[in-house]
Ligand binder design. Structure first.
Ligand code: GUN
Ligand code: ZN
Length: 433
């Protein structure tokens, strides 16, 4: 039994804050503590109370920094680490010009493993302790990512991308090989340690009807797995999908037809939706994922957060590296705030920090394991410095409330604000791959 006591300003959410002043939605303890034991949170509360019962336990004193649950990134592409910030095009050209050539390299197991190390380190350096990742179409890429995350005891949800058309041969599989490889990966990894599998048809354009049928078979054979894909990110994408699936009522109907829509389905982007699609998403319990830095970078459009919420839909928020331009969930919130501002919607700081922790955990059905600092959950904890840069420190001199402090972190913070990231109780910030 290894115990560690973290001391700091503790913030954890019990539910989504209903407004900027909804103090019942969270606990904030100015002199708080977390007792970590064997990768789990054994207890949390006021430091004087915990220190009394944890006599002799080593204390890591992070005051005056904030202790908050590790961030969760529910949409990111592992094999795109080397094409972040590739210039100048919208979605389909960007995929053909940069993305597919980069992903082709992940047939090489050595390359995939080296990049998996870099990828996991980047995540934790930015405060992210759980990711939902697209791998390349090569089984090797998913094996490399799962193995790397497992070595770090990091919660990882990932899948080999299924894609059998409209891309170069070196990133294509076939309906049968995509089924066989996904099946083998599920058997090897789903539920092993902190790993979960996501069945991953890339998007309608790169999958034949035969392949989507295979994906649907996988989904019905493995209802415990997640499903991740892309939906209605870009107008040309939507038009091409309509040509490829002329009988579909709309883009979403392609996925519905093959049994790919349910509570465990994550729909990347979901920007340009029809009324029917919104109704079907609401009914199915599927989750759109808002990717603000990506949507701005590729000029894809503005995610209608308030519109979807009004229909009872629960969305995630994510980086979408490599069309997204930052690994930081704080920077993701920053751009997300601006995307909503452009639509006369708002993202106040309490909801923002709820969203990247408990909110994204809720989308994944994992609030019993991650996303809070509740006793019994996994000890994924981020230590945040609100005055990490000179500009932030200056701003903090005039911050008089928790909300103000969090909002400055949301708008100005990045990896420099991450003092430490504990993954299952182990400090991982700055640990080289
Ligand atoms: N649609 C299909 N594949 C991708 C991808 O890799 N990135 C983004 N942003 N959209 C996609
Ligand atoms: Zn994506």
């Amino acid at each position: 039994m290894t115990d560690t006591l973290l001391r700091g300003r503790l913030l954890t959410f019990h539910r989504e804050p209903l407004g900027a002043e909804d103090t019942e939605a969270y606990s904030f303890i100015e002199d708080g503590a977390i007792l970590m034991r064997d990768g789990l949170i054994a207890a949390q509360g006021a430091y004087p109370d915990l220190s009394e019962s944890a006599d002799g336990v080593p204390v890591t004193d992070h005051r005056p920094h904030l202790l908050i649950a590790g961030f969760i990134d529910p949409h990111i592409h592992f094999p795109q680490v080397q094409i972040v910030a590739s210039w100048g095009r919208q979605l389909l050209d960007w995929l053909n010009g940069y993305t597919f050539p980069a992903e082709a390299e992940y047939c090489n197991a050595q390359h995939a493993r080296a990049m998996a190390g870099r990828f996991c380190s980047l995540l934790t350096d930015h405060g992210t302790t759980t990711a939902v990742a697209f791998c390349s179409s090569h089984k090797t890429s998913a094996e490399a990512l799962f193995a790397e995350a497992s070595d770090r005891n990091m919660r990882m949800i990932a899948g080999k991308t299924m894609m059998d058309r409209n891309a170069p041969d070196n990133v294509l599989d076939t309906p049968q090989t995509s089924y066989d490889d996904s099946k083998a990966l599920i058997a090897a990894w789903h539920g092993k340690g902190r790993a979960s599998y996501a069945i991953t048809p890339r998007f309608a354009i790169t999958s034949s009807p035969e392949q989507l049928e295979m994906a649907g078979s996988l989904a019905s054979e493995h209802p415990e797995c997640y499903i991740q894909t892309h939906l209605s990110e870009n107008h040309d994408e939507i038009a091409f999908t309509g040509e490829l699936y002329p009988d579909a009522r709309d883009y979403l109907d392609v996925y519905e037809t093959y049994g790919l829509l349910g509570r465990r389905t994550l729909l990347g982007h979901a920007i340009h939706l029809t009324e029917r699609e919104i109704g079907a998403i609401a009914q199915s319990g599927a989750h759109p994922v808002f990717c603000p830095t990506s949507n701005l970078f590729l000029g894809s459009g503005l995610f209608d957060d308030a519109g979807l919420r009004a229909r009872g839909i629960t969305s995630g928020i994510a980086t979408d590296i490599g069309a997204g331009t930052s690994y930081s969930m704080l920077q993701t919130l920053n751009e997300g705030y601006k995307v909503l501002q452009l639509q006369d919607q708002s993202l106040h700081a309490l909801r923002a920090f709820y969203w990247i922790t408990r909110g994204n955990a809720d989308v994944l059905g994992l609030t019993d394991k991650i996303g809070t600092l509740d006793a019994g959950t996994e000890a994924d904890v981020v230590v945040l410095d609100s005055a990490a840069t000179p500009a932030m420190a200056l701003r903090m001199e005039k911050a008089h409330s928790l909300s103000e402090e969090l909002f400055a972190l949301q708008m100005m913070g990045d990896d420099r604000a991450i003092v430490q990231t504990y993954v299952a109780g182990v400090p991982r910030k700055g640990v080289e791959a």
